[in-house]
Design a protein around this ligand. Structure first.
Ligand code: CA
Length: 502
C-alpha cells in the first residue's frame, strides 16, 4: 500500500516536472565525481588552462628498465596514462651536450635534443603540446648555476648570440620535424642570476632577446616564456618584469617556479604573477612545482623533502599524502587562475615521474646495499639519477661531488613500482570537482536511504529553491554524466517507483 502511494506520488511529480509549466527554468547543475581523493572544482578563466607536467627524465628511466603502469597495474605508455588523467601539456628540458668526450652522460636524464624529440613526438601522439625548456647549458641551470655550454666557452657576446640563435632555431625545427607540437618555448631556465654564462644586465638582455627572435622566426604562434624563481622575493620578481620591459624583450609569458617549502605564500605568488599581467599585459604561469605524497625514500638517494627537513618551509600546509599532493596541485592552479585579468595561463608539475630504478623499501643491511649498488650502476649507465660521476668535469663542486639518484621520487605521481597514484586524478578533477563519499547514488539528502524525499530535493534544487552540497550533487547525478538535470530526477523517480528501464 505504501509502495503504491510512493508510485503515485512519483508519477505525479514526474508529470509536473516533465510538463514544467509552473516551474522556474530547470538549469543543469554541475556535479562532482566520486573518488578516493577530494578536489574542489576550479572555475578557470582560461578555457585552455595548462595542466602540464615535466617528465624530462622519462626516457632515461625507461632505458634503465622502469615500466610505468596505470592504476589497474597494467603496463601502459606513460604519455597515455597522463593524458587519460587530464594532463594536457608536457615540458621538457634541453641541454646542449650533457656528455663527456667518451660519450658518458652527465645524468639528470641525459636530456639532449634527441631525448626531447622522443618526448615531444610521444606527447603529440597523445594530444599534448610541448613546452621546450632550453637551459643553454650542458647541465642543470638554476639560480646557482648558469654555465654556458662547453662549446660556447670563450665566445664574445656577439658570437654567443649567434650560437644561441642558431641552436634555438635549429632545435625547434628538428623538434617539429620529429612530430612535436611545440606550443611554448622558455628562453633559459630559472634565469634569476643570469643565462648561459652571462651575468651583466646588458648581456643578459641581449641573449634573451636573441632567443626570443629565434622563436618568433621559427613560428609566430609559439608562445615565449621567461622563467624566474624565488617568487618569495616579491620585489626582485617585479624588478625582473620591469627589466624585461625596459629592455624591450619580446615575450608572452612571465613564469616562475613555485616550491612551497621555500617559495612563500600562494597569495604572494598570485601577486607577483599579477604584476606582470597588470602592468605589462603578459600571461603568467608556474613553470615548476611539486609536493611529496610521502616522506619515504625509495631509491637510496636522499630526497629534497624528507622526514628530516619537512618543517623547513613556511607553506608546507598540506598533508604528505596522496590527498595532500593533489591539494597542492589544486592550490597552485587556483593561485595562477587568480592572476588578474584572466592572464593565468597554467601550471607545470616538475618531474612527476622521476621514480626509483629499484625499490629499497623495507630492505636493510646487505640487501639494501645490493639494491643501492644496482641502482647506482643504472644511474651511471643511463643517466637516470640527478647526476652521474661523469658530470664532475663540468660541475665539479656540486654534481661532481654529490651525484646519485632521484631526490624527488617521493614527489612523483607514480609509486616505487611505477604504478599511477590516485593523486594524478587532480589534473582532470579540477574541471569537475570530486568528493570522497560512501553515499548511495540517488541519496540526495544523504540520510542513508533512496526514496521520494530525494526526488523532491532534486526537483527543488533544479527549480533553484534549494542548494545542494558537492556531495549531494554527486549523489543526485544518477547517470554520472557530470551534471544534475531533469533526466536525473526522472530516472530517480522511475527507480523509486520500480519502473522498468525503457
Ligand atoms: Ca630518492
Amino acid at each position: 500500500m505504501k509502495k503504491n502511494f510512493i508510485k503515485r506520488t512519483a508519477l505525479a511529480l514526474s508529470v509536473l516536472l516533465l510538463t514544467g509549466a509552473a516551474m522556474p527554468a530547470a538549469a543543469a547543475i554541475e556535479a562532482p565525481v566520486r573518488d578516493s581523493i577530494a578536489v574542489e572544482k576550479i572555475d578557470f578563466d582560461n578555457p585552455d588552462f595548462i595542466r602540464g607536467m615535466d617528465i624530462s627524465s622519462v626516457i632515461s628511466l625507461e632505458n634503465a628498465g622502469v615500466r610505468f603502469k596505470n592504476e589497474a597495474g597494467q603496463t601502459e605508455d606513460i604519455f597515455k596514462i597522463l593524458a587519460d588523467n587530464g594532463v594536457n601539456y608536457i615540458r621538457v628540458r634541453i641541454w646542449n651536450n650533457p656528455y663527456d668526450a667518451n660519450g658518458n652522460g652527465y645524468g639528470g636524464g641525459n636530456n639532449d635534443l634527441e631525448k626531447a624529440k622522443q618526448i615531444g613526438r610521444r606527447a603529440a601522439e597523445h594530444g599534448m603540446k610541448l613546452l621546450v625548456d632550453f637551459h643553454y647549458s650542458d647541465f642543470w641551470a638554476d639560480p646557482a648555476k648558469q654555465k654556458e655550454p662547453k662549446s660556447w666557452v670563450g665566445m664574445t657576446l656577439a658570437q654567443k648570440k649567434e650560437a644561441l640563435y642558431a641552436y634555438t632555431y635549429d632545435s625547434l625545427l628538428e623538434l617539429k620535424d620529429a612530430g612535436a607540437a611545440i606550443g611554448m618555448v622558455q628562453i633559459g631556465n630559472e634565469i634569476t642570476s643570469g643565462i648561459a654564462g652571462a651575468f651583466q644586465n646588458t648581456d643578459r638582455a641581449a641573449l634573451l632577446q636573441t632567443g626570443a627572435s629565434a622563436v618568433r622566426a621559427f613560428d609566430r604562434n609559439v608562445r615565449i616564456a621567461m622563467h624566474f624563481t624565488n617568487p618569495e622575493n616579491t620585489g626582485a620578481m617585479k624588478w625582473f618584469a620591469d627589466f624585461l620591459a625596459q629592455n624591450k624583450i619580446d615575450y608572452d609569458v612571465f613564469a616562475t617556479s613555485y616550491y612551497p617549502c621555500w617559495h612563500g605564500s600562494l597569495t604572494n605568488l598570485t601577486e607577483v604573477l599579477s604584476y606582470a599581467a597588470d602592468k605589462y599585459g603578459k600571461y603568467a604561469m608556474v613553470a615548476e612545482t611539486s609536493y611529496p605524497y610521502t616522506l619515504e625514500d625509495t631509491d637510496g638517494h636522499s630526497n629534497t623533502i624528507s622526514q628530516w627537513n619537512n618543517n623547513s618551509g613556511d607553506n608546507m600546509c598540506w598533508d604528505f599524502s596522496v590527498q595532500g599532493q593533489a591539494d597542492e596541485v589544486r592550490a597552485v592552479m587556483n593561485a595562477v587562475n587568480n592572476v588578474s585579468g584572466g592572464k593565468g595561463l597554467g601550471m607545470f608539475y616538475w618531474e612527476g615521474a622521476w621514480i626509483t630504478v629499484g625499490d629499497i623499501t623495507g630492505k636493510t643491511g646487505s640487501a639494501w646495499t645490493r639494491q643501492y649498488n644496482a641502482n647506482k650502476t643504472l644511474w651511471e649507465q643511463y643517466g637516470c639519477g640527478w647526476a652521474s660521476s661523469y658530470s664532475a668535469e663540468y660541475d665539479p663542486d656540486d654534481a661532481g661531488r654529490y651525484y646519485g639518484g632521484s631526490a624527488v621520487d617521493n614527489q612523483a605521481f607514480f609509486d616505487a613500482k611505477g604504478r599511477a597514484l590516485t593523486s594524478l586524478h587532480v589534473f582532470k578533477h579540477v574541471l569537475t570537482g570530486s568528493v570522497v563519499s560512501d553515499a548511495l547514488q540517488g541519496d540526495v539528502n544523504l540520510d542513508g536511504a533512496v526514496n521520494i524525499r530525494d526526488a523532491t530535493s532534486m526537483q527543488r534544487a533544479l527549480a533553484q529553491y534549494e542548494t545542494l552540497s558537492p556531495e549531494q550533487r554527486m549523489a543526485a547525478d544518477t547517470n554520472g554524466d557530470g551534471s544534475v538535470k531533469v533526466e536525473d530526477a526522472t530516472a530517480l523517480q522511475r527507480k523509486i517507483a520500480e519502473f522498468p528501464d525503457e
